[in-house]
Design a protein. Structure first.
Length: 146
């Protein structure tokens, strides 16, 4: 998590990626930056990976933040937090407050979507089933400002 490996880096969006993401620049964040934004979400509020990506792009003056590395680093932050909890840490990154696009819960977080659902409901949020997935009901009304 804390091995930043030369990141963040801002790079031009290459031709292959520009077909999907357009032109401009893309920041490849450091894992600690993603964790930092996840830590800012207060109890009873949520954010999405896309909101974190937007905040990262703004911070670095880039057009976009890399969707792949941002998602991976969010997963790393979630697992690191859960490891800290298992070691008895009282304060951990509240990863369960970070949702996927559209308010969907993340089945790849520790304990899966069911564990994330329980954590969010314990903070007063309403989680509903939408098809095969869980979503936070009216999640846009409880978005944290990053």
């Amino acid at each position: 998590m804390h091995d930043v490996g030369g990141y963040p880096q801002v790079k031009p969006i290459d031709e292959r990626m520009s077909k999907h993401w357009g032109t401009g620049t893309m920041v490849i964040p450091a894992p600690t930056e993603v964790d930092e934004y996840m830590q800012q979400v207060p109890r009873g509020k949520v954010t999405t990976v896309n909101d974190i990506r937007a905040a990262l792009a703004y911070r670095h003056g880039a057009t976009i933040a890399c969707p792949i590395t941002t998602g991976i680093f969010g997963w790393i932050a979630a697992n690191a937090a859960e490891e800290q909890r298992q070691k008895g840490a009282a304060q951990i990154t509240p990863y369960w407050r970070t949702l996927k696009t559209g308010g969907l819960l993340n089945e790849k977080y520790p304990g899966g979507a069911e564990a994330q659902k329980r954590a969010l409901e314990s903070e007063g949020l309403v989680v509903i089933r939408k098809g095969r997935n869980y979503v936070v009901q009216n999640y846009k009304l409880v978005l944290a400002k990053l």
